[in-house]
Design a protein around this ligand. Structure first.
Ligand code: ADP
Length: 488
């Protein structure tokens, strides 16, 4: 079965969050199961520079540019994995992140940038590469949301799967820009891409794809409710029979304490205490925290946006500090949250350390060297940092939502007695709820035997991409009779 995997991000070259990690790990897991998966990516500079020997597949006349747009083909460095690049420098060769400029503001022509991207993906599905055409198109997040719409508009029978990695980012644009997208006028409708008078790329994916998935079973249920549906819960309820949640996995080539070169001392479940002690010491030294092994260290690696719930931590930080715990936060995002955390770090030197920015190496050290990883998200489609933390024997403290609810077993008298506890979970949207759960964690930290048992239980959790890939393949088979015959 041939699958065209449509994504704007690919770790380690372009990543703004979990989507980049998923795009790096899921396709190889699919390939390992016999799926011929190829990626299509926007021609961002980071990709053009990294991929050697890009050849021409096609030069397409598109509705988005007067000149033809080159579709390049390359192999990912050091692998046989094939990727297509939509090589249109006017759109994609820009400074900043994939979606906005260095000032953080979204590019004003994002509808055209990701319209072209989706349009070319649909053309590839319709055979633009004479040497390869897919049995199925799998589009990810709003950036690729128009691809199923273009296929529908063109009368294609190539089946489509659309995966929501975060419903909060929808790709909304003024109605006047619909004309730039070269879709049939009838598509700007309630049964189409129209969302309260705007154009919604996310809705296009949700409406036109044959199957919709999201990245955890709980989030798949939650987004069908007004509280989590971001205005799309009605559509998602109507699609309930074609909507599934498939939990993300952990890429062991990137996240594995036994092979992680960033850790001062690699460790397995058998020597976790020594490995974690070494990592904690290096982390405390690196961040200027007081070097005490017996001080409870809360770590966090996050985008600083309201979604992630770190305002709740600000609301109880004084009490956490008085309780003599430490905090190590790596994150970037909203300026006011960045400023507030920077100020608390300055006021609590030695106990609170804050690094504003994006730092891959430090993220590994925090995941390995902390005792607890804090993930107090208001909503969390899957969440990856708690999965990484489990693998490193760092107990997650999470809000009980989405993928966090699916992957962390709260330490209660029952779960502890049954040796199932892997972390801590709270409900509600208050600093008090967070603080009382921090208090529970602190109390258990003073019980080294119980703590170590939880560390070991956490490290045995196996969130593998193979498990996830098997579920995607089963889904692909449901919608591709042709694929079913080929792989039978
Ligand atoms: P989201 O996709 O909502 O940001 P996830 O938990 O699914 O959240 O994925 C976040 C990914 O980005 C993880 O791999 C995490 O380690 C990484 N990450 C987030 N912020 C940073 C940062 N400041 N520095 C390094 N890595 C980060």
């Amino acid at each position: 079965m041939r699958v065209l995997y449509v994504t704007a991000e690919l770790y380690p070259w372009v990543k703004s969050g979990g989507l980049g990690d998923v795009s790096a790990a899921l396709p190889p897991a699919l390939i390992a199961l016999g799926i011929d998966a190829r990626l299509v990516l926007p021609g961002f500079r980071a990709f053009l520079d990294a991929f050697p020997g890009i050849t021409d597949v096609a030069r397409l006349q598109t509705p988005f540019a007067s000149e033809r747009v080159r579709v390049g083909l390359a192999r990912l460095p050091g692998t046989e994995r094939v990727v297509y690049l939509v090589d249109h420098p006017t759109f994609y060769d820009r400074p900043g992140n994939p979606y906005g400029g260095p000032d953080g503001a979204d590019w004003a022509d994002n509808h055209r940038r990701f319209g072209l991207f989706s349009w070319v993906a649909a053309e590839l599905a319709r055979g633009a590469d004479p040497g390869w055409s897919p049995d199925l198109l799998h589009a990810h997040d709003w950036h690729a949301g128009l691809a199923p719409a273009y296929l529908t508009a063109g009368g294609s029978d190539v089946p489509t799967v659309f995966t929501v990695h975060n419903l909060a980012y929808q790709g909304l644009f003024p109605a006047a820009l619909f004309a730039d997208l070269s879709l049939p006028s009838g598509f700007f409708a309630l049964d189409g891409v129209e969302f309260y008078g705007l154009v919604s790329f996310m809705k296009a994916g949700l409406f036109y794809a044959d199957r919709v998935t999201t990245v955890s079973p709980t989030y798949a249920r939650e987004i069908q409710t007004p509280a989590f549906g971001a205005g799309l819960d009605g559509l998602l309820r109507s699609r309930a029979s074609t909507l599934t949640g498939i939990l993300n996995g952990v890429d062991p080539t990137v996240w594995d304490p036994q092979h992680d070169a960033i850790l001062p001392r690699r460790y397995s479940i058998d020597d976790a205490p020594a490995g974690k002690r070494a990592a904690k010491m290096v982390l405390q030294r690196r961040l200027g925290l007081e070097e005490h092994d017996d001080t409870l260290l809360f770590g966090t690696v996050t985008r600083l946006t309201p979604q992630k719930g770190f305002d709740l931590l600000l609301g109880c930080l004084r009490e956490v500090v008085i309780g003599e715990s430490q905090i190590a936060l790596l994150g970037s995002g909203d300026r006011d949250l960045e400023d507030a955390f920077t100020a608390t770090a300055q006021a609590n030197r030695g106990q609170v350390a804050v690094e504003i920015g994006y730092d891959d190496a430090l993220s590994h050290l925090i995941i390995g060297g902390s005792d607890v990883i804090l993930v107090p998200s208001r909503f969390e489609p899957c969440g990856l940092t708690q999965l990484y933390a489990l693998r490193y024997g760092t107990l997650p403290l999470v809000r009980r939502v989405g993928g966090l609810a699916d992957t962390v077993v709260d330490a209660t008298s029952v779960s502890l007695a049954e040796d199932r506890a892997t972390g801590f979970a709270f409900d509600g949207d208050s600093s008090e709820a967070l603080l009382s759960t921090i208090g529970r964690a602190a109390a258990l930290f003073r019980e080294p035997k119980i703590w170590l048992r939880m560390v070991r239980r956490a490290m045995t959790q196996n969130y593998s991409w193979e498990t996830a890939a098997r579920q995607y393949v089963a889904l692909y088979r449901e919608v591709t009779p042709r694929g079913l015959l080929q792989t039978a």
